[in-house]
Each structure stands twice: as structure tokens, then as C-alpha cells.
Design a protein around this ligand. Structure first.
Ligand code: G1P
Length: 301
């Protein structure tokens, strides 16, 4: 069985839910405590043994490429000032030469289309796919657990979690079959099912290990939910030829695609840091009692 060496990160989205913050800054570069959102998913992929990082970008996203490049002047300055801890951290997070690739989606035609844009960079091998909107907190990362399941099961592996049935129309939902090792057989999938029609309450959480045959299907995939080329539809077609397994992730997931999820992520990651936990917890308790919602948002004219 081929090892999962490459990961794809679709980062072409416009981030309209974060305007005006995302007018000039990609939403993936907004920070959760002190790391940009995209860094969390890249770190998760690295922890799972990924060796090559493929970004599907769009216009106004070049700063993502800069972020993962070497910054000689900065590194030298930190060295000269004796800031060895900061320097060591940056170097630890730094992808090595030739470990990153970038391509552009050009037109926003949906997640399936974004993934298809990475076909030549991935080539003929299984690959991980991580949606940067979703960042996670767990003892062992979701992708690492999925890679371990994949080594036993082969096929394709999708990360899933439970959702409130009233929210299932916002996600891809899978049907659950027999248990298999740490996972289960997936019996079906549907993207953004109409209220009351979801096959389960297990939603696709933005982590996938896929076989390269998905690209042949994506090349011919018709538009689906929301008028976009949907990855879930292509996976359903591939399921006629290959096994799909679900990995039920039990850690916490924060949807940084929405302002409230992004704030939640900031609070949770700040609270998880031993150096600032107490101060942040006190501040949150204090503010929750003191600050009341404003009747109308007041912005300077
Ligand atoms: C995408 C996928 C969906 C998945 C979701 C997780 O939807 O199409 O299957 O559940 O990500 O965030 P999107 O959030 O792009 O609408």
C-alpha cells in the first residue's frame, strides 16, 4: 500500500463572511491566538507524516506562499537578539525546500473543482485533504488517527463527527455501516441534504484520505448542491468502485469559516495554553458579566 505523503489545502475561498477583515488579507491568514488558521492545518498534516504540502489558492492569496517561505532577515534578527526560543519555533514550523507547491483555482466552482486543480501536483498516489476552515483540538490529531486507520483499511477514509440534526443541511452527511477497526464502513453520502432527509447525524468534518481515481471522476463531475462541483458527489461515484471508511473524531472542532466559530476557536486555543489560561479565563468570566449586547452596531462614518 502506498504511503500518504501529500496533502492538499483548498485556500481559494473569498471569505465574504469576514469582510472587511478579508478585503486584503486571506481568511486563512486570520490568527487564532498567535498562529494563522492555515498554520493549524499544515501542522496537523505534518503530525500525520505528510511530506509535501499543496495549496490551491486564488487571487490575493500570495501572502500564504510568503508565510511558508524562509524569512532570512527575521531569522537573523532573532538570532542576533538572542530570541532562540522564537527562532526555534519558527524553524520547527518551516516546511523544507521543495516541500510546498501552489496552484490557482482561477474560477470559484466549488470544493470538487478546487481539489481537481491539484491533480497534477498529487499525481498517481493517495493524498490527504484538509479544509482549513475546520481546526481541531485533540490529544492525537484527526488526520493522524485517520492515517493509522488507513494503514489497516486501505481504500478512502473520511473524518466525521456528530452534529445537531437541525444543522445537517449545512454539511456533507454519511450513512453508517459495519464497524471496521477504529472506523466504520460508509454506506452512502449526501451533500447538504434537505431538512429531515439526512441518512445520519454524522457530518463530514473536512478531513479526507482519498485515492487518485477521484480526479478522473471530478473531471466529469456535474454541478450539485449550490450550483457547485461537489467533492461529496464525486466520492459517492467513486464508492461504486472503492471502499470508503469513516473515522469518528471525538475531539473538538471549530468552524473558522464563520465569525462565531472563529471567536470560539480563539477562546478555546487561548484557554488551552498553560501560560495564559488563568488570565484569559478570568477575563472571559468578567466580560461575560459586564458587557451587554449593543442595540445597534456603531461604526465610524
Ligand atoms: C464542505 C464539504 C462538506 C463538509 C464541510 C465541512 O462544505 O462540501 O461536505 O461537511 O465542508 O466544513 P462547505 O463548508 O464548503 O460548504
Amino acid at each position: 500500500m502506498k504511503k500518504v505523503r501529500k496533502a492538499v489545502f483548498p485556500v481559494a475561498g473569498l471569505g465574504t463572511r469576514f469582510l472587511p477583515a478579508t478585503k486584503a488579507i486571506p481568511k486563512e491568514m486570520l490568527t487564532v491566538v498567535d498562529r494563522p488558521v492555515i498554520q493549524y492545518v499544515v501542522d496537523e498534516a505534518r503530525e500525520a507524516g505528510i511530506e509535501h504540502f499543496i495549496f490551491v489558492t486564488g487571487r490575493n492569496k500570495t501572502v500564504i506562499e510568503d508565510h511558508f517561505d524562509m524569512q532570512f532577515e527575521l531569522y537573523n534578527t532573532l538570532e542576533q537578539r538572542g530570541k532562540h526560543e522564537q527562532l526555534a519555533r519558527l524553524q520547527r514550523l518551516q516546511p523544507g525546500p521543495g516541500e510546498t507547491s501552489f496552484t490557482r483555482q482561477q474560477v470559484p466552482m466549488g470544493l470538487g473543482h478546487a481539489v481537481w486543480c491539484a491533480r497534477d501536483l498529487v499525481g498517481d498516489e493517495p493524498f490527504a485533504l484538509l479544509l482549513p476552515d475546520m481546526i481541531m483540538q485533540a490529544e492525537t490529531s484527526c488526520m493522524k488517527e485517520m492515517t493509522e486507520l488507513y494503514q489497516q483499511s486501505g481504500g478512502n477514509v473520511i473524518g466525521v463527527q456528530e452534529c445537531d440534526p437541525a444543522e445537517s443541511h449545512k454539511y456533507g452527511i454519511v450513512g453508517k455501516g459495519a464497524e471496521k477497526g477504529t472506523g466504520f464502513a460508509i454506506t452512502g453520502m449526501v451533500e447538504k441534504p434537505a431538512q429531515g432527509t439526512a441518512p445520519s447525524n454524522l457530518f463530514i468534518n473536512g478531513r479526507y484520505i482519498l485515492q487518485p481515481q477521484i480526479f478522473d471522476i471530478l473531471a466529469k463531475q456535474e454541478k450539485g448542491a449550490g450550483g457547485e462541483i461537489q467533492l461529496t458527489d464525486a466520492m459517492l461515484a467513486l464508492q461504486a468502485q472503492q471502499d470508503f471508511f469513516g473515522y469518528h473524531f471525538r475531539g473538538n472542532t471549530y468552524d473558522c469559516g464563520s465569525p462565531e466559530g472563529f471567536v470560539e476557536a480563539n477562546v478555546a486555543f487561548a484557554l488551552s495554553r498553560p501560560d495564559i489560561h488563568d488570565k484569559v479565563a478570568d477575563t472571559i468570566r468578567k466580560l461575560a458579566n459586564e458587557v451587554v449586547p449593543m442595540e445597534r452596531r456603531k461604526e465610524p462614518r
